[in-house]
Write a protein that binds this ligand. Structure first.
Ligand SMILES: [Zn+2]
Length: 281
């Protein structure tokens, strides 16, 4: 009986999951605009999209997330120049992430006849999708330009009190300590690196990003986030050296995407994350 109900619940929740996937693709399209326009400082200039090659105005039916790219076969309709694959990747990734996060925080509960929203789960899901969306913007900008924009990380820190107020698991002490500890530990590492190597190895962008992560997830998130970020970053770096993808020991890898990955894994799997990764039995 139990398994029948859980199967039913999964099937019935599929429409909402698909809705979240579609919402993710649309948000992903907006994230692309942020990724492109925030570093240029053109976010509020001219809302309409233009072709980056010939500057023709792109009609809205050529701007449908994922679908337009497939229908146009990756080429701009105006001048047949290739559309950067980054756009569709960000849309697909955001779509998948939204579906995954709803699956982790399913705020619709009950049966199809008696549908209710679990308010605490709704806040958790909202927090998770806004957090992840902001980290996607920071990560892609960091991958492209090796900067993490202050216009994302600093408002994230300033917004922490809003989440402390409404989120069921955050509290003042943990969040404030998270900002200080997250920013402080990377600042200290950057300072030590500067003393030892006489060159800066870590940008202040990473410092502010980890402070923001601490504010949004609490100080307990800092060490797991740093641990996973460093391990995955090191593995990717080694893979780059082995495969000779233009990476050597002196190459500065962007740290933002790896911190973001660690933070989102912590957000979903919580404090047991490290133990789950390395089960003792
Ligand atoms: Zn064009």
């Amino acid at each position: 009986m139990q398994s029948f109900f859980s199967t039913f619940l999964i099937i019935y929740q599929q429409p909402v999951t698909w809705f979240m996937v579609i919402l993710g693709a649309i948000v992903g399209s907006f994230l692309n605009v942020c990724i492109l326009r925030i570093p240029e400082g053109t976010f509020f200039k001219d809302r309409r999209s233009h072709c980056p090659y010939c500057h023709t105005c792109i009609p809205f039916w050529h701007n449908i997330p994922i679908l337009s790219w497939l229908l146009l076969r990756g080429k701009a309709s105006c001048c047949q120049n290739p559309i950067a694959v980054q756009y569709v990747l960000v849309e697909l990734f955001t779509a998948f992430t939204f579906g995954f996060l709803y699956w982790q925080f399913p705020f619709f509960q009950g049966s199809i006849i008696h549908l209710t929203i679990d308010p605490a789960e709704f806040i958790r899901c909202l927090h998770a999708i806004i957090f992840t969306s902001l980290l996607i913007i920071c990560s892609v900008i960091d991958l492209r330009l090796k900067i993490i924009p202050d216009v994302i990380s600093l408002p994230m820190i300033l917004f922490s009190p809003v989440w402390i107020w409404i989120h069921p698991q955050l509290n003042w002490f943990s969040s404030l300590l998270g900002i200080l500890f997250g920013g402080g530990i990377l600042y200290l590492l950057a300072w030590i690196y500067l003393l030892l190597r006489k060159q800066s190895g870590m940008g202040m962008g990473d410092v502010k990003l980890l402070a923001a992560i601490g504010g949004w997830l609490g100080f307990e998130s800092i060490l797991p986030t740093l641990f996973i970020g460093s391990i995955v970053g090191a593995l990717i770096g080694i893979a780059g050296i082995v495969l000779k993808k233009g990476v050597d020991f002196k190459t500065e890898l962007p740290f933002g995407p790896f911190l973001a990955l660690g933070a989102v894994l912590y957000l979903v799997y919580g404090p047991d994350l490290i133990f789950n990764l390395f089960p003792s039995e």
